[in-house]
Design a protein around this ligand. Sequence first.
Ligand SMILES: [Fe+2]
Length: 256
Amino acid sequence: MKRDFTTILQLTDLHLFANSDALFNHVNTRDTYNQVLSHIQQHYENPDIIIITGDLAHDGNLETYQFIADSLKVFSSRVYYVLGNHDNRENANQAYPLPFLSTETHCLLDNWQIILVDSNHCPKENNYEGEISPAELERIEKLVVNYPHKWTVIAMHHNVPDHQDRGINIELRNHEQVMQHFERFNTIKLVISGHVHQDFTINQNGICYFSTPSTGYQSLSKSGQITTEAPGYRWLKLYHNGRFETDVRRINVWAS
Ligand SMILES: [Fe+2]
């Protein structure tokens, strides 16, 4: 019987290095990334689609992007990605696309569409805030208007809502404008991001904003305290009738 849903695995903030011994904030991100991939393989089915929401290579090396592609061959999934503030666009563009790893920024499913958004417009030195360009906002609008019968998932690196109450202030610089823009379309159902290295859900004016733990270093918790939470990832099930399910899974919790 044909399934009535599509499964999506979100991986984010891998912060990998070509040197397998390198650490990021005292975490060997290569080890934790490998543990995440093993956890998924041991406990869950193959996802239909993998989306990586930025900060793939902390060192920006071509070799690191190639390592990531090789590592994902254990899945028979179509892979999409957006770049984060730590990525090197030139080297990512040299490494990808590959037959299973797309550089496309739009993915059409039966009743859904996924729009992959660049949130790195006008980066400023020593500033972790993101920004979505007017051209990118226009592209989103066109796709939503052109596919009025599809529900929309937006994926980007930077978290959209104001995040100061969670001890961090590194959201999207033009987040108010972007949220107002999204709220004009009732087919935009969810926005997934990374960047803040923690799990949060904000439901505002009919749109769910989800951020997902890093596969490596975890950032501050909602209380502003250092967290000892394990690396993780997000699982999404998009049903053909517009319903969705999602949960965050961590490598120290086994599936029952
Ligand atoms: Fe990051």
